[in-house]
Write a protein that binds this ligand. Structure first.
Ligand code: GDP
Ligand code: GDP
Length: 433
């Protein structure tokens, strides 16, 4: 859970240098073991215990030299629409440029927190040169050096101060996000599901986010739909741009428990769909894959079985995910979709008592112990589920560093077989005892 911070600015001011610096810190602390590759332009960071997602919007906007202006314009609008706070980065080496002035003009109208960040201030002399950026009319600025890190502490102090807490409703109802590529049928699905909003129970207006998370009761299930308002009132032009949809997906995934990943059956599970899938997985969200527009598919050429197999190949090794074939148009299997989403939510909230966990897992481990590594034998003594919001398990043993990935995967598969974590990422830690 966390707010979204976007970095904007013209090319070469140092956005990605800053971005990587922020992510390394975080990864070093939290994610050193996971070994998963992540999107270069999106990552989590935290400061003073406050977590936020950082987006290098420049990374989503592609443009050759002659379309820079348009690209920057898109980048800034993207940040304005989707972020909770904006870091506008400029370069003290080059000073104020025309493009900086254009961006500043857009940002002056925004009523979200904007931080003017003067980068490449590697020494005191350059700190004096930064004064000229007052002319951008954005008020105070922060001077930093993304290369040596100076000044970033003060910037981050000020930044986390203004970020929303990302408060959630006090109840423990599932929060579903409908995600997918443009034209997958997300808004059709939401409309088919909740009709003309007759079933709205309450509206909770986001404090600084402009999304509205609405509570629904449908088919007897109570749930929240994250960012429905955003999906339903989409500005068609923008929504069709891939990076807007990625950004929207990032945001909805953040605020959800379970992602309903919609794809267009006639287009298949392509690379973009896969990106969204791994984004949800890495955020430890539950996932249900909904193959939409199944009414359009010639069932002789594509059977459910083949289609399922094809998707499972793309999502290995996390294949324990429900895949349903639906039609938002004919309202086929919408009930099943919601029922499955609720089950996945329950799986994600599941707590296995330590006693029961050990009774089941220790005999399995006894029968198939970790293979000896460098001549050493690993003895797993007990295990426990950690008290986190999603399933994480710690296995205590004498030599945790000698347990390799394949054995962890074996443990994960056994946990899935025994306790049912369908649709939910499961994390395994080996700990020293
Ligand atoms: P982006 O296009 O805005 O993402 O910019 P990059 O992060 O790729 O940086 C552009 C160039 O500026 C690279 O050569 C960086 O090494 C350099 N750079 C970035 N931050 C700093 C800094 O704080 N000080 C100095 N001296 N150079 C920097
Ligand atoms: P979004 O961009 O993901 O919100 O997609 P839309 O809901 O706007 O749908 C894109 C297009 O696909 C529209 O023309 C819809 O009418 C159509 N569509 C959506 N779901 C279905 C479906 O289940 N079957 C068929 N045949 N068309 C669909």
């Amino acid at each position: 859970m966390g707010a979204i911070v976007a970095i904007v600015g013209r090319p070469n001011v140092g956005k990605s240098t800053f971005f990587n610096r922020m992510l390394q810190r975080r990864e070093a602390i939290v994610d050193a073991t996971s070994g998963v590759t992540r999107d270069r332009h999106y990552g989590k960071s935290d400061w003073n215990g406050k977590e936020f997602s950082l987006i290098d919007t420049g990374g989503y906007v592609v443009g050759s030299d002659d379309v820079f202006e348009e690209a920057i314009d898109q980048q800034v609008n993207l940040a304005i629409d989707e972020a909770d706070a904006i870091l506008f980065m400029v370069d003290v080496e080059t000073g104020v440029t025309g493009m900086d002035e254009d961006v500043a003009k857009l940002l002056r109208k925004v009523d979200k927190p904007v931080f003017l960040v003067v980068n490449k201030v590697d020494n005191a002399k350059r700190s004096e040169d930064a004064v000229e950026f007052y002319s951008l009319g954005l008020g105070e600025y922060y001077t930093i050096s993304s290369i040596n890190g100076s000044g970033t502490g003060e910037l981050l102090d000020a930044l986390v101060e203004v970020l929303p807490e990302g408060e959630l409703p006090a109840d423990d109802l599932p929060r579903f996000a409908v995600v997918g590529r443009p034209n997958a049928g997300k808004s059709s699905f939401v409309n088919a599901l909740i009709g003309e909003e007759r079933n709205i129970v309450t509206d909770i207006a986001g404090t600084t986010r402009d999304s509205i998370d609405t509570k629904y009761n449908q088919f007897g299930f109570d749930f929240y739909l994250v960012d429905t308002a955003g999906i339903r009132r989409k500005a068609k032009v923008r929504e069709d741009l891939e990076f807007y949809s990625v950004m929207r997906a990032v945001r909805s995934i953040e605020y959800s428990d379970v992602c309903l990943l919609l794809l267009d059956a006639t287009r298949g599970f392509d690379g973009q769909v896969e990106n969204i899938f791994w984004l949800a997985q890495r955020n430890n969200k539950g996932i249900v894959i909904l193959v939409n527009k199944w009414d359009l598919v010639d069932k002789d050429t594509h059977s459910v079985k083949e289609y399922t197999k094809m998707i499972k190949q793309r999502i290995e090794p996390f294949t324990d995910v429900p895949i349903l074939f639906i039609s938002a148009l004919t309202k086929q299997r919408l009930y099943k979709a919601m029922e499955t989403a609720v089950e996945v939510f329950k799986n994600r909230s599941k707590r296995i008592p330590t006693r029961k966990l050990n009774d089941v897992m220790l005999p399995i481990i006894e029968r198939t112990p970790p293979p000896a590594y460098k001549g050493k034998y690993v003895k797993i003594k007990f295990c426990t589920q950690l008290p986190t919001h999603y399933p994480q398990f710690a296995f205590f043993c004498n030599l945790p560093q000698y347990v390799r990935e394949p054995y962890k995967r074996f443990l994960e598969n056994k946990l899935r077989e025994q306790f049912d974590f369908t649709g939910v990422p499961v994390t395994i830690f080996m700990r020293k005892k």
